[in-house]
Design a protein around this ligand. Structure first.
Ligand SMILES: *[C@@H]1O[C@H](CO)[C@@H](O)[C@H](O)[C@H]1NC(C)=O
Ligand SMILES: *[C@@H]1O[C@H](CO)[C@@H](O)[C@H](O)[C@H]1NC(C)=O
Ligand SMILES: *[C@@H]1O[C@H](CO)[C@@H](O)[C@H](O)[C@H]1NC(C)=O
Ligand SMILES: *[C@@H]1O[C@H](CO)[C@@H](O)[C@H](O)[C@H]1NC(C)=O
Ligand SMILES: *[C@@H]1O[C@H](CO)[C@@H](O)[C@H](O)[C@H]1NC(C)=O
Ligand SMILES: *[C@@H]1O[C@H](CO)[C@@H](O)[C@H](O)[C@H]1NC(C)=O
Ligand SMILES: *[C@@H]1O[C@H](CO)[C@@H](O)[C@H](O)[C@H]1NC(C)=O
Length: 576
């Protein structure tokens, strides 16, 4: 151990965890672990895992969620682990000696309070995710929590204490460990747009798995948009059969259930968004009479932020009947897996209503009461299924709608939007596009005719360039500009993966490990224990280690540095 002690990177090893726990002390004692470690769960010896992998009905129980997490902890430690050579000096003998082996002998999981009834579809703050973890030098591990989800978060931390050797043994060199931990924000989400490009179920499951490993607890599926409608609605079968890009690129009733259940098993609530009234032109393929201003070409930009233009008509009983049927089908399927339903409302283009035969105007004074009625009807229906509505910020801040006090407002355009939302008494989600949009910086996806327009747009940067690197994402403070007395209304935030230029081939590297930076801001808070901005120098090797762990579990996360930087301590730091 003396030798290890002299190595430059012992400090970063000591903080091998991502996201950073609230309090954490560790030592340098090596303990090995093998598959016969005795596990006790709430007083009973734990022998075999018993949980339903796929639901035929309902959500998983707290017990199933913990049993799944135990199985996954085994898989992470023994099968999806990595050899940490990158984190030691070149040519050093970094593996602990095999002689005098001490082992982890017992893992005890203790839940000190009953789970709430709404464990997997709880409102922000209703589930206590805190946990305590202790690993003694004698190899006894205790994880305590007040809920099943708390135990899951503790097990996730536990699995990050271990490394693999070249001959496939597994050890930690951090004993003894003492941790107390709790999230700073109760809504820690990732929004995936599955409409601009389609993502197969298995890719979304891999995303959810990686999210859980980062202690995210909300998966927001931006399920439909103007370009395609992949979500099957059994009561309106033509929506997906004609609105999807191709008939196989849909999420069937069963696919959705499989995804929702998988998220719940991982301690993640699955929030569905049907964005409306804008971003709906894919409905035209099945119900053309409901859509105004469909795919105006070439002047689409007068009527929409992106082609194809098109919006649900704003004053149409046919649209209302359609929405009644749509929501009556979908909401009961959403409710077992989430407390929320997202009704969208971003980027509504007023000019589209000049071509809406039920309105024929782009005058705010005419449109605003119609929008109020449109949203009120949707929200009443959402509430009637016991769900809480979420809307994009424009509904509150641009359309000045009067929203129910229960409505969560998802901001995206600025820090000011967060401050304005909470000033109006609403709970807010943060996620400023200048920091937390993962799609930015890949350049334009529009094509420019060679001539004046190609000259004007050269070098074809996109509206939110440059690419938001992890350091920028890590510097984002969801509470920036929010007065202390309103800070409690910021329930958390989401990082966003809009998918115009992302599909299954690049989803992993477009999201990971950059989304880890947001995960840590949301779990650990934007400031360190001293109240200072979090240190990149401290975080960087820890994030690189997290990246190795993601790769080991089959997620093709990008490297953030070359091994040289990691092998050489702080030698890639720019002097002040
Ligand atoms: C059940 O779950 C497993 C593992 O998640 C998956 O591979 C399989 O396809 C699922 N089966 C069905 C019928 O959904
Ligand atoms: C559990 O609840 C108790 C009482 O509210 C609290 O003191 C404790 O911090 C919670 N968390 C853990 C991990 O025990
Ligand atoms: C909305 O539709 C109703 C019923 O067709 C009509 O009477 C009313 O004038 C319309 N409102 C506007 C603003 O066009
Ligand atoms: C409404 O339409 C008119 C005529 O097409 C246009 O000049 C005006 O800019 C539009 N107003 C808004 C708010 O877009
Ligand atoms: C909402 O209020 C703002 C500020 O008073 C105003 O500029 C805007 O036009 C209003 N929007 C609508 C749709 O009435
Ligand atoms: C801390 O981060 C904020 C952004 O969240 C930034 O405005 C501020 O300048 C940073 N402070 C220092 C000392 O770097
Ligand atoms: C990397 O760092 C170690 C420890 O400081 C040092 O011995 C070694 O020479 C460095 N290697 C290079 C290539 O700079």
């Amino acid at each position: 151990m003396k030798l290890l002690y002299l190595l430059p990177l012992v400090t970063s090893f000591a903080s091998a965890l991502w996201p950073q726990p609230s309090t954490y002390t560790s030592g340098e004692t090596v303990l090995w672990i093998d598959g016969d470690v005795q596990v006790t769960y709430n007083g009973a010896e734990y022998k075999s895992h018993s949980y339903r992998e796929n639901a035929t009905s309902g959500a998983p129980t707290g017990g199933e969620i913990v049993q799944y997490a135990i199985q996954k902890t085994y898989a992470t430690i023994f099968e999806k682990n990595f050899i940490p050579w990158k984190f030691y000096s070149r040519n050093s003998n970094f593996e602990p000696s095999n002689s005098d082996k001490k082992h982890v002998t017992a893992l005890t999981l203790k839940q000190n309070a009953a789970d709430p009834d709404n464990l997997v579809n709880a409102l922000a703050g209703d589930v206590d995710e805190s946990y305590g973890l202790s690993l003694t030098e004698e190899g006894e591990v205790t994880i305590t929590a007040n809920s099943s989800i708390g135990l899951v978060r503790g097990l996730t931390t536990f699995s990050q204490l271990f490394f693999k050797t070249t001959d496939d043994c597994v050890y930690t060199n951090l004993a003894p460990v003492e941790i107390t931990d709790a999230p700073k924000f109760s809504h820690r989400g990732l929004n995936l747009d599955v409409a601009r490009n389609f993502f197969p179920v298995k890719d979304i499951k891999r995303m959810i798995d990686a999210m859980a490993f980062n202690k995210f607890n909300r998966f927001h599926m931006h399920a439909t948009d103007g370009q395609s409608w992949p979500l099957e609605i059994p009561a309106l079968p033509r929506l997906a059969s004609q609105g999807a890009y191709e008939s196989s690129l849909t999420y069937s009733h069963g696919d959705l259930k499989e995804l929702q259940y998988y998220a719940a098993l991982n301690g993640i609530e699955f929030i569905i968004e049907i964005d409306m009234p804008g971003h709906t032109s894919s409905i035209w393929h099945s119900y053309p009479e409901l859509i105004a201003a469909f795919n105006i070409q070439p002047d689409w930009s007068t009527y929409a932020a992106e082609p194809p233009s098109g919006t649900l008509k704003l004053n149409s009983s046919d649209v209302y009947n359609f929405l009644d049927t749509l929501l009556a089908d979908l909401l009961p399927r959403a409710a077992p897996f989430s407390a929320y339903f997202h009704t969208g409302g971003d980027e509504v283009n007023k000019n589209a209503y000049t071509l809406d035969d039920t309105v024929k105007s782009n005058d705010s004074a005419i449109l605003q009461p119609l929008m109020q009625k449109f949203v009120d009807r949707n929200h009443d229906q959402v509430r009637s299924q016991g769900l809480t509505p979420i809307v994009w910020e424009e509904m509150l801040l641009e359309w000045n709608l009067t929203l129910g006090k229960d409505v969560i407002v998802q901001t995206w355009q600025s820090d000011q939007a967060v401050a304005d939302t909470v000033a109006k008494g609403h709970k807010a989600l943060a996620g400023n596009y200048n920091y937390w949009y993962l799609d930015c910086g890949h350049g334009q996806w529009l094509d420019f005719v060679i001539g004046p327009s190609s000259k004007q747009y050269w070098p074809y940067n996109d509206y939110c360039q440059p690419l938001h690197n992890w350091r920028l994402m890590y510097s984002y403070d969801p509470l920036s500009g929010v007065p202390d007395e309103n800070a409690h209304l910021v329930i958390g935030g989401e990082v966003h993966m809009w998918a115009e230029q992302t599909d299954r081939t690049n989803i992993d590297r477009n999201v990971w490990p950059r989304a880890c930076a947001a995960a840590e801001v949301l779990w650990s808070g934007p400031k360190d224990a001293q109240g200072h901005n979090r240190s990149q120098v401290e975080a960087s090797p820890r994030l690189s280690m997290m990246r190795e762990r993601l790769v080991a579990r089959g997620v093709m996360a990008e490297p953030i540095q070359m091994p040289f930087c990691l092998m050489n301590g702080t030698q890639c730091t720019l002097p002040t």
